[in-house]
Design a protein around this ligand. Structure first.
Ligand SMILES: CC(C)(COP(=O)(O)OP(=O)(O)OC[C@H]1O[C@@H](n2cnc3c(N)ncnc32)[C@H](O)[C@@H]1OP(=O)(O)O)[C@@H](O)C(=O)NCCC(=O)NCCS
Length: 172
């Protein structure tokens, strides 16, 4: 299976915040944004492995700045690292007021997707080739983030999280 570059599957998605997407303060609902983020990330993951994918987990999402009614939402989704059958996708979200030409950060998050075979069982995914310094940094941190989410999901014993422990011991 050939390794693929991060740039081969990067996805940029744009949406306009309409009245039905907002809460009573006139801001984009968090749930609607997570729905769009899931779609943007799924496209990126599926493009990386060229198979159907499912969302296995979503890491912590903190909403830094609300996105207003009438503003545009820009979502960038890119694969940071592939493991065996799963991939980590990094998402960054911005809001944009096109009338006043103002773009602002909204939030970022990590989603994990699993590639599925025709029997809906997990299937091996191609490795990721990070090229830029930012891609290499995300690639390096992915192992620790994976260990933390597997511990929290009850899928890994803390004692087995070697890279994560090294970080806390000042050896990471
Ligand atoms: C995700 C899913 C395919 C994992 O299946 P499974 O039988 O547990 O398979 P495995 O234990 O072999 O795990 C498969 C991969 O998923 C990863 N995984 C499982 N649970 C995970 C979690 N909570 N967080 C991150 N990764 C997880 C494993 O680490 C493994 O990755 P790897 O092969 O790269 O090491 C299965 O739990 C599923 O179908 N869940 C529902 C997905 C869904 O419907 N999502 C939409 C939201 S409702």
């Amino acid at each position: 299976m050939n390794a693929k570059k991060v740039s081969d599957s990067i996805n940029h998605m744009n949406e306009l915040v309409l009245p039905n997407d907002t809460n009573t303060f006139g801001n984009l609902m968090g749930g609607r944004l997570m729905y769009w983020m899931d779609i943007a990330a799924a496209y990126c993951a599926s493009k990386h492995c060229n198979t159907p994918v499912v969302t296995a987990s979503v890491d912590n999402i903190s909403f830094k700045n609300p996105i207003k009614l009438g503003h545009y939402v820009h979502i960038e989704a890119k694969v940071t690292r592939a493991f065996n059958t799963s991939m980590e996708i990094h998402l960054k979200v911005w809001g944009e007021d096109t009338l006043h030409q103002f773009k602002y950060e909204s939030n970022e998050a990590y989603f994990t997707f699993v590639s599925l075979d025709p029997n809906d069982r997990p299937r091996t995914v191609p490795e990721v080739i990070p090229e830029t310094e930012a891609e290499k940094e995300l690639y390096d941190g992915a192992l620790r983030r994976r260990q933390l989410r597997l511990i929290l999901g009850g899928k890994m014993k803390p004692d087995d999280a070697t890279e994560l422990k090294a970080l806390f011991n000042g050896k990471g």
